[in-house]
Design a protein around this ligand. Structure first.
Ligand code: ADP
Ligand code: LRH
Length: 498
C-alpha cells in the first residue's frame, strides 16, 4: 500500500512538539507518533520579555535527530507552525538582530491608540479585517520604531517566527501567507502587504517579503544543518504556519458550515467563511478575519483561554505547590458551581504579575464573592471561559448568518474534560472534542496535500475524522447554566467587557 511519512513541528506558546505522521492512503488512515516535546519558556531580560528563539531552534534539531534515532529514514518533508504575530528581524548579512519580543511584553502598552489616531480605527479594520489586539505585529513594529529605532534601521528582512526558524534550517527567506495575515499590515482584500499602511506609519517597506501561499515547498534542510545533524536533506514546506490556521484544517467537520474552538493557551472561537466579514458589526464586536489555507477565511475571536490556568499554575508553583493541570481540574470539580465570574478577556488578565491575585481583584472590583482556594479560582476560570464561549458563539452565528448545532473543539485543552462538559452545558449544544493535536495534524495533512497524497482540504478532514476519536459531550443542567449566563453577562458588563 502507499504510505508516506512526514514530520510536523508545532510550537505553541506553552509547549512545542515534533510529531511524525504516517499516511496509509489505501486504508485511508493517519497515525501519529510524538517523538519530541519541550516546554516553551519565555525569558525576561531587564524590562523585556523575549522568546528563547535559539533554544527553539535547538529543540527543532533535537526533533530531527530523534527521527534518525527512531529509524524514520524516509521522511518526505517537514514543516513548522507556531503562534502568530511575533517576528525576528534580520540584518543585511542575514544575521538575527536581537531576540524576538514576546507578544505579552509590555512595550506595546498604549501603542494601539497611537496607531489608531494616525490611521483611524475604521480604516485599519477595512484594510486588514483584523481584530484589535495590542500585540499585533503592527503595534510591535510601531513600538520598536518609537523606542528602539536603531533596530528597525538596521533591519533588512522581517520574518515571522516559523519563517525565521525555517530560514535557520534551510537558509531560504520566505514569508508564509497565513501568518502574514495576522500582522495587521496585510491587506485582507488584495492579499499583499499594505504598502499605504506601511508608508503611513513610516515603517520600512522593503523588509517585507512577497508572501508565499500556504502549502508551498520552500527549500530543504541546508547542507550545513544536514552535516551538523548527520542526516540526509529533507524538503521543507510552508504549511499554514499560523498554528490556528493549521488547527482549523484539522477540524473533523462533516458539514461545510461548522463552528470551531481551538483550545490551548488561547481559545480561538469562530467559523470559516468564504470571504472576510468586514461589517460594522464585526468591527464593533472586534472579530478577526485571518487567512487560512487554500483560500479559506477564519472569522473568529480570541478568548484569553487556558493562559489563565497556566499562569495560576505558574504562580502556585513558585509557592512550592506542584498540582498538575489534571489535579487542578479535580480540585475545581468539587467546588460549588456559579459562585464567581470573570470576563476572561479583560485587559487586566493579559499579563499580570500574579494571576490568582488578579482574579481575586476582579471579583472584588465587581462586588462579588472572592474565590479563596486554588480549586475555587480554577472553577471560576473554567465556568467563565465556558460562558464566554457561548457569548462569542452566539455572536459568530449573528455575523455569519448561520446556526451551529454543536461546537468542534481541538487542541490540548480538550484534555480538560470538565471544561468540555461545561462548554456543552453553557452553549446548550453538543461539543465534539478532538483531535487533541489539532495544529500538528493540520500541519501534516497540508504537507500531504502538497506532496500529492491527499486531494484537498475536504479529503484531509475526512481522513482525520476516520483516524482519530471524537468525544461527544451533551448539555447538562440547562437551567443552572442559563441563570449563570445571566449573572456572567451582568458581571462582565460591569467591567471593561469587550
Ligand atoms: P499551546 O499549543 O497554546 O501551547 P496546548 O494546545 O498544548 O497549548 O494546550 C495546553 C493546555 O492544555 C494547558 O494550558 C492546560 O490547560 C491544558 N491541559 C493539558 N493537559 C491537560 C490535562 N491532563 N488536564 C487538563 N488540562 C490539560
Ligand atoms: C494561538 C495564536 C493565536 C494568536 C496568538 C498570538 O497560538 O496563534 O491565533 O492570536 O497565538
Amino acid at each position: 500500500s502507499t504510505t508516506s511519512t512526514v514530520l510536523a513541528f508545532d510550537l505553541g506558546a506553552s509547549s512545542g512538539r515534533a510529531i511524525v505522521g504516517r499516511l496509509d492512503s489505501e486504508a485511508g488512515r493517519i497515525t501519529i507518533e510524538e517523538i519530541h516535546r519541550f516546554s516553551n519558556d519565555p525569558v525576561q531580560v531587564g524590562n523585556h520579555l523575549h522568546w528563547d528563539i535559539l533554544r527553539l531552534l535547538h529543540e527543532l534539531k533535537q526533533g530531527i535527530l530523534q527521527t534518525k534515532y527512531l529509524g524514520y529514514t524516509n521522511i518526505e518533508s517537514l514543516a513548522i507552525d507556531s503562534w502568530a504575530v511575533d517576528f525576528g528581524l534580520l540584518a543585511a548579512n542575514g544575521e538575527l538582530l536581537g531576540n524576538p519580543y514576546h507578544y505579552r511584553d509590555h512595550h506595546t502598552d498604549g501603542i494601539m491608540s497611537e496607531v489608531m489616531d494616525i490611521v483611524g480605527r475604521e480604516k485599519l479594520y477595512a484594510l486588514t479585517g483584523l481584530q484589535f489586539l495590542q500585540f499585533n505585529s503592527i503595534f510591535q513594529l510601531y513600538a520598536l520604531q518609537k523606542n528602539n529605532p536603531e533596530l528597525l534601521d538596521r533591519a533588512a528582512t522581517f520574518l515571522m517566527i516559523p519563517d525565521l526558524l525555517r530560514y535557520f534550517l534551510t537558509g531560504e527567506k520566505h514569508s508564509e501567507f497565513s501568518n502574514a495575515t495576522t500582522t495587521q499590515l496585510f491587506n485582507a482584500t488584495s492579499f499583499t502587504w499594505d504598502a499605504s499602511l506601511i508608508e503611513q506609519l513610516r515603517l520600512p517597506e522593503d523588509i517585507f517579503l512577497p508572501p508565499v501561499a500556504s502549502g508551498t515547498r520552500v527549500g530543504s534542510l541546508s547542507p550545513a544543518v544536514c552535516e551538523e545533524l548527520d542526516v540526509p536533506s529533507i524538503p521543507v514546506i510552508a504549511v499554514g504556519e499560523h498554528d490556528t490556521a493549521s488547527a482549523v484544517v484539522a477540524v473533523p467537520a462533516l458539514d461545510d458550515d461548522f463552528a470551531f474552538l481551538s483550545c490551548g493557551t488561547w481559545s480561538l472561537l469562530g467559523t470559516e467563511t468564504e470571504k472576510p466579514v468586514l461589517t460594522e458589526q464585526a468591527l464593533a464586536w472586534n472579530f478577526t478575519n485571518e487567512g487560512g489555507v487554500y483560500g479559506t477565511n477564519r472569522l473568529l475571536k480570541n478568548i484569553m483561554g487556558l493562559w489563565l490556568i497556566q499562569e495560576c499554575k505558574r504562580a502556585w508553583e513558585k509557592e512550592g505547590k506542584t498540582a498538575s493541570f489534571a489535579e487542578l481540574v479535580k480540585q475545581a470539580e468539587t467546588v460549588k458551581p456559579f459562585q464567581f465570574f470573570i470576563d476572561p478577556d479583560d485587559d487586566m488578565f493579559l499579563n499580570p504579575a500574579h494571576m490568582p491575585k488578579q482574579i481575586q481583584q476582579y471579583c472584588r472590583d465587581t462586588e462579588q464573592a472572592v474565590p479563596q482556594t486554588d480549586g475555587e479560582i480554577v472553577r471560576c476560570i473554567m465556568e467563565s471561559l465556558a460562558l464566554k464561549y457561548r457569548f462569542i458563539l452566539e455572536r459568530t452565528e449573528q455575523l455569519s448568518g448561520k446556526t451551529y448545532r454543536g461546537l468542534h473543539i481541538v487542541g490540548g485543552g480538550i484534555q480538560n474534560e470538565l471544561l468540555c462538559q461545561f462548554t456543552a452545558s453553557a452553549t446548550q449544544r453538543e461539543v465534539w472534542a478532538g483531535p487533541v493535536e489539532g495544529s500538528a495534524l493540520g500541519n501534516l495533512v497540508v504537507q500531504w496535500i502538497s506532496l500529492g497524497y491527499i486531494a484537498n482540504l475536504r479529503e484531509a478532514r475526512k481522513l482525520i475524522r476516520n483516524s482519530f476519536p471524537v468525544k461527544t459531550y451533551h448539555p447538562q443542567d440547562e437551567a443552572g447554566w442559563q441563570a449563570a449566563y445571566t449573572s456572567f453577562c451582568d458581571v462582565a458588563s460591569r467591567s471593561t467587557v469587550k
